[in-house]
Ligand binder design. Structure first.
Ligand code: PLP
Length: 220
């Protein structure tokens, strides 16, 4: 299985670079974050051995089980942020991509200060009618201002989940909205694109794709 995963990682890297060249962007300018939720730790470890440096988890408990089984990686939290778990999340993760409201930012800021660390965060945008979480794009600037005032946090950009639709043009337009909103929020990270829509995301300017099933297979 491991050999298969390593090959899939390399194939994805190549396909990403090819898409980047097609859009006139620099190959290697998109970071691959492997999404480990409900995947075997060996599969994730195989991708790390093949050169992947970033791993994301949606659930704190699962992350507490999986991360000790992996070599050193940059750990991203991409799940819904419950304020009562902010302390444990700030302690375990290197980046929190899912800050979608002031309350979550305040809880993380408090936790980061207690831990004496500066936590890079992304503002999660809602660009899809079926997504439950995320900040509406028209409120993003205001949330960004609030987050920038919080000690212990460093706002690096935005994250968004694309709309669930087969209409590729609609997916692309939603990602364009995320890219435009990044321009108003500030920062350099645009975390958009998953297994089914990373090509549209790269065309819209993604600098970070979050890939689960296309790397590790169907989730258990
Ligand atoms: C599950 C998940 C992903 C990865 O989804 P795939 O379709 O398996 O690539 C990316 N981002 C977030 C926030 C997720 O919850």
């Amino acid at each position: 299985m491991s050999a298969g995963i390593a090959q899939r990682y390399r194939d994805l890297r190549d396909a990403l670079d090819e898409e980047l060249r097609t859009c006139g962007r620099e190959p290697g300018s998109v970071r691959i974050v492997g999404v480990a939720k409900r995947q075997p730790a060996e599969a994730v470890a195989a991708a790390v051995a093949a050169g992947m440096h970033d791993v994301a988890e949606n659930y704190l408990q699962e992350a507490q089980r999986t991360f000790p089984l992996l070599p050193a990686v940059r750990k991203h939290f991409v799940g819904h942020l419950q304020t009562n778990k902010a302390k444990a999340i700030a302690a375990l993760f290197d980046v929190v991509q899912s800050v979608d409201r002031a309350e979550a930012g305040l809880a993380l800021s408090k936790a980061a200060q207690q831990l004496g660390k500066e936590l890079p965060v992304l503002l999660q945008l809602n660009i899809s009618p079926v997504e439950r979480f995320g900040c509406p794009p028209e409120e993003a600037e205001r949330l960004a201002e609030t987050l920038r005032m919080q000690p212990g946090l460093r706002l690096d950009g935005v994250m968004a989940i694309g709309p669930l639709t087969q209409d590729r043009e609609r997916v692309f337009r939603a990602f364009e909205l995320a890219a435009k909103t990044l321009g108003r929020v500030g920062g350099s990270t645009l975390s958009i694109g998953m297994s089914g829509d990373w090509r549209e995301a790269v065309r819209a300017g993604s600098t970070m794709v979050r890939i689960g099933e296309a790397l590790f297979g169907a989730r258990g």
